[in-house]
Design a protein around this ligand. Structure first.
Ligand code: SAH
Ligand code: SF4
Ligand code: F3S
Length: 448
């Protein structure tokens, strides 16, 4: 990726993150790094000297989008800002990116972005600036202190994946499962709360696989961490995502019934309801074992909202397999869900199963049927809230004047008119429900 042009040192930057919440977290950390280097954040790619595209490689569409996004960074006078490609496409495609898009200056993988300032300096000198190493020493130690926080903050505690589901790129783009140390996580949680966070969502590609020793040398799982975080004064809500069914321990399930700050919401992807397909996906759980977990979680916390991920049109998926997916959706009754059409990813085992690929039209039709059922369940879940008083953490301004948007314990967006400041926890009477959000009002006796 040799460059002909030297560039001036960038004075301003813009970071855009795609993909999962872990990328959102990484995007925030890169912004903090650039702040510490004296660069000024701007709201618009067109006004920035340095643009960081923090990319996602999970499905073909997401990965290909990067190249059209790079093209759009060209300005009317033909110039481009300094462009850094970060995230999972950077990891997966590396030096291929500047070969395809010559305007790219920097390529930096998800485990190497603490080196971003060095890479920026190299790019400014017109040198190659590529770093997709996965160092053993954690990047976290090299990152600056947490800056001012919104009421709801992300905290990555676990990275990488050892599960190797046959369709998935994550084990290749993020590397092996690593748990951040006990003290590092607790210190960062405290720093987030000191900086204004009221809610923390613990993140990991397999967050419930998080496991480490505490300061007394006792082995702790995610439930132990949640109980420790529950003792931080000022931290009112704890969430975690994403979980794998195989790492759903008894302790974690029990925590849902015992820790008040742990919100009644569980994102537990199942992907398919058919055992032969689950086997071909290398999911290492069955439909029945998944349902057994859901049952135990509901025993511990009856009002818990269950959310999931689904893939339709996995190679070899028959009508019967797809019906089994609809069955598990009916049996689980989801409050929220994400569903995708299978996308063959280079380098994954499922991409080799070309003899049993599913016709795209059939996959489309299945996706529509699945989404219709999931939407129905989501709407029904939201409608149950009407007429109830619920606790809402105000997170941001709404589009209309006087409107604020917050979250219910079950992760529903709640819109209401109020003067209460962002970051306050208030009681709201829920008056209406849509497929994606609730409408509410301050209880009459409390409204000013
Ligand atoms: N670690 C998490 C999620 C990782 S990716 C987990 O295991 O649940 C988020 C979701 O993207 C997955 O749950 C899956 O539903 C979907 N996904 C992953 N690879 C995909 C592919 N090749 N095609 C379509 N969807 C995919
Ligand atoms: Fe991908 Fe499976 Fe790992 Fe989730 S558990 S990140 S779907 S390989
Ligand atoms: Fe995408 Fe990487 Fe997250 S592929 S979903 S950004 S782990």
């Amino acid at each position: 990726m040799s460059r002909t042009n030297r560039r001036t040192d960038p004075k301003s930057y813009f970071v855009k993150s795609f993909g999962c919440q872990m990328n959102v977290y990484d995007g925030e950390r890169m912004a903090e790094l650039l702040d510490a280097e004296g660069l000024a954040p701007v709201d618009d790619a067109d006004a920035a000297d340095l643009v960081v595209l923090n990319t996602c490689h999970i499905r073909e569409k997401a990965a290909e989008k990067v190249y059209s996004d790079i093209g759009r960074l060209r300005r009317d006078d033909g110039s481009t800002p300094m462009i850094a490609i970060a995230g999972c496409v950077a990891q997966a495609e590396g030096a291929e990116i500047p070969r395809r898009a010559r305007e790219v200056d920097i390529v930096v993988g998800p485990q190497a972005y603490h080196n971003l300032p060095t890479l920026v300096a190299k790019a400014a000198r017109g040198e190659d600036a590529l770093d997709t190493d996965m160092p053993v020493a954690s990047k976290f130690g090299a990152l600056p202190k947490r800056a001012k926080q919104a009421p709801s903050a992300f905290l990555t505690v676990q990275e990488g994946c050892d599960k190797f589901c046959t369709y998935c790129v994550v084990p290749y783009t993020r590397g092996a499962e690593v748990s951040r140390p006990w003290k590092a996580v607790i210190d960062e949680a405290r720093a987030l709360v000191d900086a204004g966070a009221k809610e923390i969502t613990l993140l990991g590609q397999n967050v419930n696989a998080w496991e480490t020793d505490d300061e007394t040398g006792n082995r702790q799982g995610l439930d132990g961490l949640i109980r420790a975080l529950d003792r931080i004064a000022g931290l009112e809500r704890i969430r975690y995502t994403t979980s794998h069914p195989n790492d759903m321990t008894e302790g974690l399930i029990r925590a849902h019934g015992e820790v008040d700050a742990l919100m009644p919401y569980l994102h537990l992807p199942v992907q398919s309801g058919s055992d032969p397909i689950l086997k071909a996906m290398n999911r290492s759980h069955s439909a029945a074992s998944y349902l057994a977990i859901i049952e135990r979680v509901r025993e511990a916390r009856p009002d818990i909202a269950i959310s999931g991920d689904f893939i339709v049109g996995f190679p070899g998926e028959s009508d019967e397999d797809f019906e089994a997916t609809l069955d598990i959706v009916r049996a689980t009754n989801y409050a929220q869900a994400f569903s995708f059409k299978y996308s063959a990813r280079p380098g994954t085992p499922a991409a080799e199963m070309t003899d049993c690929f599913i016709a795209p039209e059939l996959a489309d039709e299945r996706l529509q049927r699945l989404q219709a059922l999931l939407n129905e369940q989501q709407m029904a879940f939201n409608q149950q809230a009407i007429g109830k008083r619920t606790r809402v953490l105000l997170e941001r301004e709404g589009r209309k004047t006087g409107q604020r948007i917050g979250k219910s314990p079950w992760l529903q967006s709640v819109h209401l008119d109020t003067d209460e400041p962002i970051g306050t926890m208030i009681d709201v009477d829920i008056l209406s429900a849509g497929p994606r959000s609730l409408g509410g009002a301050m209880p009459a006796e409390e409204a000013a």
